[in-house]
Design a protein around this ligand. Structure first.
Ligand code: DX5
Ligand code: ZN
Length: 218
């Protein structure tokens, strides 16, 4: 199984975003994870489509856009037009997850559903045929640098079984407190894709940090 790594820009040096994006791409990153926060769905505010659009010409990496905003529907088109490749939404962000996923498909983006630590696996059962990514939050969303919640390993294992039974090509991504050691635990549970902010952007060597998340030497 090939492990994909998506560094989270939230932990980058915001005075040098262009250099940081180039650096992680050079260091072997697969996707770039972009955390959009509205100060309403989560208790923090980050950035919007203007920043996504400014970064788009700088890299070929797919943009994995994590929408921590409610409602999300009115902004899907703006993020797609700004250059998002994946739009990841929380079921709690709106009353009609199915409609939101239809809208994402219509915009030509890959669709992802994000499960908060207290959100059960059941939320993806009935929409499995519409999604390309399930993102398990292993911290409460809103901030980088939090401790990995080991309670989420069981959910990852349950999702792995569900995805395998579906026969669909769905990435099982984990976000929050991911470093070489926690990534290894998640790989054992069945995850195949990692978001990592602090453990990549605060590392002395981005290439070593990214390689470490793929299950390589710790
Ligand atoms: C948290 C975000 C994460 C965050 C991860 O709300 O969804 O993507 O940037 O940061 P680390 O890797 O530092 O836990
Ligand atoms: Zn995220």
């Amino acid at each position: 199984m090939s492990i994909l790594v998506a560094p989270s820009l939230l932990a980058a040096d915001f005075t040098r975003l262009a250099e940081e994006v180039a650096a992680v791409e050079q260091a072997g990153a697969d996707w770039l994870h972009l955390d959009v926060m509205d100060g309403h769905f989560v208790p923090n505010i980050s950035f919007g489509p203007v920043v996504v659009k400014a970064l788009r010409p700088l890299t070929k990496m797919p943009f994995d856009v994590h929408l921590m905003i409610a409602p999300a529907d009115p902004y899907l088109a703006a993020f797609a037009e700004a250059g998002a490749d994946h739009l990841l939404v929380h079921p709690e962000a709106g009353p009609h997850l199915h409609r939101t996923l239809q809208a994402i498909a219509t915009l030509g983006c890959r669709a992802g559903v994000v499960l908060n630590p207290a959100t059960p696996v059941e939320h993806v059962h009935t929409v499995l045929d519409m999604i390309d990514i399930v993102l398990v939050m292993s911290v409460n969303p809103g901030f980088g640098g939090q401790k990995f919640l080991y309670s989420q390993l069981g959910k990852i294992a349950a999702l792995r079984a569900l995805i395998d039974a579906s026969g669909r090509d769905i990435r099982l991504e984990v976000d929050g407190g991911i470093d070489a050691a926690t990534a290894r635990r998640c790989i054992t549970a069945g995850a195949d894709t990692f978001v990592a902010g602090t453990s990549v952007f605060h590392a002395a060597n981005y290439r070593d940090a990214i390689a470490g998340l793929r299950g390589g030497p710790e």
